[in-house]
Ligand binder design. Sequence first.
Ligand code: ZN
Length: 281
Amino acid sequence: MLELPEVEVLRKDLEKEVVGKRVKDVDVRTAGIVRPLHRNRPDFVTALEGRKVEGARRRGSTILLDLDQDKTWIIDPGEGGSLHRETASETPGGDTHLTVSFTIGGALHLSEGGDEPTLSTGVVDREHDLESAGIAPDALDLLDDNPTWMEFGRFLAAADKPLKLLLIDPNYVVGIGAVYSDEILWEAGLRHDHPSATLSTQEIRRLYRATQEVIVAAMKAAGSSLDDAEVEQLVDDEGESAEHLRVYGRDGKPCSRCRRPILRTRLKKGVYTYHCAQCMI
Ligand SMILES: [Zn+2]
């Protein structure tokens, strides 16, 4: 899944490349991706064609493009979706589910491999866009909300959940998934099952600093992503993790702090954590 840092880089690219452009043609190749918000394909196409993109926002991993007429174009990359900029004449690949071209050139392709795409998109009234996108109103966006460490501490105390499960729960924190939850906890030196309500002041500050550092480093590593089809592949085909990752995908490899092997532990169905037993307490 694309997590907050990669999506923030995408958002900045969209701000540069797409804001100010008017939608010309919309081609939905997989009806399922518009179903959560539209009756059918024509309903979505009618809502998006001819609209002008006026702004690019993000909440967690969801992209919210402001359109004229007080509408919002929601793009939720789901578990494996990605967004790429192409020329208007580029033939879409087999895993492309939506192409949108613009009147003054260029196109966006929304893609995801596999049989069942999890990405979704739709056009809604801006007034209710977060609700339409299914984003929990009280969930924290660690970049957007820019909490102070004391606010963050109060949030951790109120949530009272094991740290890893808290970080990946979109009812509490948006845009952090399997990768950066592990990276943040390694950076902070805190165990995945440490209850969020029992952190000392020093641990809260460490975790707070780790969230900021990991997100900023990941944004730098993501660089410019609209043209780079590989950005979402944080672990490549040989199982090698991207260079900026310290624990995710590195099981069996030495921890870069203490040299002991990184462990991969199953927390519950479909949820794993990569961690160091020595320096995460
Ligand atoms: Zn270690």
